[in-house]
Design a protein around this ligand. Structure first.
Ligand SMILES: NC(=O)C1=CN([C@@H]2O[C@H](COP(=O)(O)OP(=O)(O)OC[C@H]3O[C@@H](n4cnc5c(N)ncnc54)[C@H](O)[C@@H]3O)[C@@H](O)[C@H]2O)C=CC1
Ligand SMILES: O=C(O)[C@@H]1CCC=N1
Length: 252
């Protein structure tokens, strides 16, 4: 996620490559970005030189490492699932904290990202900068913090649910005789087309009704979708992921 945001920022000209430093404990990741963009590899001891730090490590690693990351003069922007601004501020020793929840769309400039921050983050320009950072990789939504885990459970994790649906559709296609390579491509393309159509409709049910001819093929398929409780599975997936976000953010 950190690499995706860096690429967005560079491609949109928000920062010069000379203004960006990176830290990753995996040297091959550092080498990759240094080679590709000429950004500066940094040490943890140099963190205090930064004006702002994007934290894109796993929540459990953050909870182990936060003492090493804390610098009172720095503004922090976190993409970590579950970690609230309260926990960020306490662990990092500053109230200049912004919480963001992007999704994998960031890697192609099409993320839907939730953003929130503290009063201090707003005063110091960190919140505005967070907006700019994530606008460089897609759309930004101001979401109150009490809905962040919900946003994460639906939108942050959502591409994985859609991918499972695409895979299942393709499996269905193969089951009725389509070649695998075509079935996979068709599943992806029909999700894109359906997404574009859905943005023009007031409600998804309108699109569903337009496709389903009386006594036709679609209603026969939809009957099975209802029989196998597809909707309940999708709802329960979002609930479970939201709950998991809360668990990831538990700090003592
Ligand atoms: N993958 C996704 O679709 C999304 C991820 N996120 C959040 O973004 C964060 C990053 O996610 P990913 O990029 O998928 O994870 P990732 O595991 O690919 O990247 C984390 C990076 O942190 C580095 N790292 C781990 N321990 C470190 C340490 N001690 N010092 C320095 N670097 C260290 C790893 O080498 C790795 O490059 C997570 O907190 C996740 O909750 C948020 C939204 C979507
Ligand atoms: O699975 C995760 O925990 C992260 C957060 C949202 C998407 N990936």
């Amino acid at each position: 996620m950190g690499g995706a945001v860096m690429e967005g920022v560079i491609s949109k000209g928000l920062l010069k490559t000379s203004e960006i430093g990176i830290i990753d404990h995996n040297p091959s990741i550092v080498d990759k970005w240094v080679e590709k963009y000429g950004v500066r590899p940094m040490k943890m001891s140099e963190l205090g030189q930064a004006e702002r730090v994007l934290l894109a490590l796993q929540p459990r690693h953050f909870l182990q490492l936060s003492d090493d990351l804390a610098r009172p003069s720095v503004g922090y922007i976190s993409t970590m699932a579950g970690i609230s601004t309260t926990v960020l501020a306490r662990r990092l020793g500053t109230k200049r904290v912004v919480r963001v929840m992007p999704n994998l769309g960031a890697t192609i400039g099409k993320s839907q990202s939730a953003v929130t921050g503290t009063k201090e983050a707003s005063e110091y320009g960190d919140l505005a900068f967070g907006h700019e950072l994530f606008s460089s990789v897609g759309s930004v939504y101001d979401i109150p913090e009490n809905l962040f885990n919900a946003f994460t459970g639906m939108v942050g994790s959502g591409p994985a649910y859609a991918a499972v649906f695409a895979e299942a559709l393709a499996d269905g296609g193969v089951r009725v005789g389509l070649p695998r390579s075509q079935a996979n491509e068709l599943a992806a393309k029909l999700l894109i087309t359906t997404g574009e159509l859905l943005l023009q409709k007031a409600h998804p049910a309108i699109l569903k009704d337009e496709v389903a001819s009386p006594g036709g093929t679609t209603i026969a398929g939809l009957e099975q979708i209802e029989r196998y409780t597809f909707r309940a599975a999708a709802i329960e997936a979002v609930i479970a992921a939201t709950k998991r976000g809360t668990e990831l953010g538990m700090d003592e």
